[in-house]
Design a protein around this ligand. Sequence first.
Ligand SMILES: NC(=O)c1ccc[n+]([C@@H]2O[C@H](COP(=O)([O-])OP(=O)(O)OC[C@H]3O[C@@H](n4cnc5c(N)ncnc54)[C@H](OP(=O)(O)O)[C@@H]3O)[C@@H](O)[C@H]2O)c1
Length: 270
Amino acid sequence: MTAHLGLIGGGNMAYAIVSGLIASGYPANHIHVSDPSETSRDRLSGLGVHTTDKNQDIVARASVIIFAVKPQVFRAVGEPLAGQFSQQHTVLSICAGIPIKRIREVLQLSEEQRVVRVMPNTPCLIGEGMSCLTSDRPVAEAEKASLAALFTSCGQALWVADEEAIDAVTAVSGSGPAYFFLLMESMMRSAARLGLPESVARQLVLQTAVGSALMARQASDPPAVLRAQVTSPGGTTQAALEVFEEGDFPGLVDQALIAARDRAFALAQD
Ligand SMILES: NC(=O)c1ccc[n+]([C@@H]2O[C@H](COP(=O)([O-])OP(=O)(O)OC[C@H]3O[C@@H](n4cnc5c(N)ncnc54)[C@H](OP(=O)(O)O)[C@@H]3O)[C@@H](O)[C@H]2O)c1
């Protein structure tokens, strides 16, 4: 039987998850969303789901509940709901940087109650996201699959070992879109400096990014091999790659990801 799913917070991520679920066949009348904003509720009602401005209604109607509010308001949203969750509820949170320990404390959940933390990323908004899930308690394989399925509706999803891994995930896929956007941005600027019109620079960079990503995903070889295949000795690609090497591009990426991972850890301690 399909679980009644509730989302507290009906903003962009909630809309992405709900649209994906409905497109993949999840019954709209089993989805409930609360949000104070009439505009957000209307947008979601357009998908055929139940909407309300009362978060308590979500806890009463759904057994699987996703907190999809901004991290800054998690405590203010959660505290009035404390003590209203039963053993039948599974609580998920996509709020960046809110550790499971804090979710349990704010919602007054017992150690036995299931809490799952999820780190999605912005491409979820176009159905190409990467979401990682973790819990502080063992979860049966069948339940892992059904909870991951909530997020495969807007991209790919996988379970990781623990919250320490979620900090690393935050550094890689959570913040990752920004790194690729930075490279695109830099290449577009350089292409314009080389004399290409802005619109041409944009098209070249974006299609090269999409083509390379799809090629890397489809190939059985790792990216290092694909890179070697397009690098003729003494050729143009080699000339460019040597400049990246001289600037220690791999070392810089390493430092950047470590900084993001450390920041994720520090934010969770606040
Ligand atoms: N966007 C991403 O790519 C991304 C990636 C990873 C993680 N996340 C996490 O996903 C969560 C949601 O992000 P988002 O981008 O969807 O943000 P968003 O568009 O701002 O959505 C949050 C929604 O929560 C609503 N809200 C505010 N107070 C509420 C309350 N008391 N009860 C119920 N709903 C309330 C907001 O309404 P108002 O607009 O009226 O305030 C808004 O519609 C965040 O915690 C973020 O860290 C997002």
